[in-house]
Design a protein around this ligand. Structure first.
Ligand code: SF4
Length: 166
């Protein structure tokens, strides 16, 4: 494998299943029929569609929902707050990538179905946490084999479910 890059999706799955991080990074094709494959991506919920704009920065795509006082506000809409830690770290990762490009931003995680939102601010502590996660992800994906599957509730929705459990 050459030029492995950590991205927001891997950050998201890192907090769910490290085996999945390896499988994704190694290009193991999952069951495309599984609609939950989209879980870690943006959903285009009507409640926010008028305000947001998808932009690409480097290898990431994010939703900029508004701009004010020179600050970019990055919004990310999630289906549910069940995987809040994954979502929180993924959005923090996007903010960190923006910061590296000289753009200071704040993040808002939105869970429209639950009428909840949470602001994410990129602190030094959070950056250090992200650096450690990035290192650990690289360690995982440079291994020859993935770790063995462990049954977790997410397996039921996971696109690799058949691959891991049949
Ligand atoms: S099915 Fe379960 S163990 Fe396998 S990759 Fe998905 S979450 Fe991980």
């Amino acid at each position: 494998m050459e030029d492995i890059r950590v991205n927001g999706t891997l950050i998201w799955y890192y907090h769910i299943c490290k085996r999945e991080v390896w499988l994704m990074a190694h290009g193991i094709v999952a069951d495309q029929e599984n609609t939950y494959m989209d879980l870690g991506r943006f959903i285009h919920d009507n409640s926010y569609s008028r305000k947001k704009k998808e932009v690409s920065i480097g290898n990431i795509k994010i939703d900029v929902i508004s701009k004010g006082d020179g600050q970019v506000v990055v919004g990310e809409v999630k289906k549910s707050s069940r995987f809040k830690e994954s979502s929180r770290m993924q959005l923090a990762y996007y903010l960190w990538q923006l910061k590296k490009q000289g753009v200071e931003g704040a993040g808002i995680l939105m869970f429209p179905k639950e009428r909840k939102r949470e602001e994410i601010n990129l602190t030094d502590e959070l950056i250090n946490e992200l650096k450690a996660i990035e290192k650990d992800i690289l360690k995982i994906i440079y291994r020859t084999y993935p770790e063995k599957p462990k049954k977790i509730p997410f397996c039921k929705k996971c696109a690799y479910s058949e691959f891991c459990w049949s």
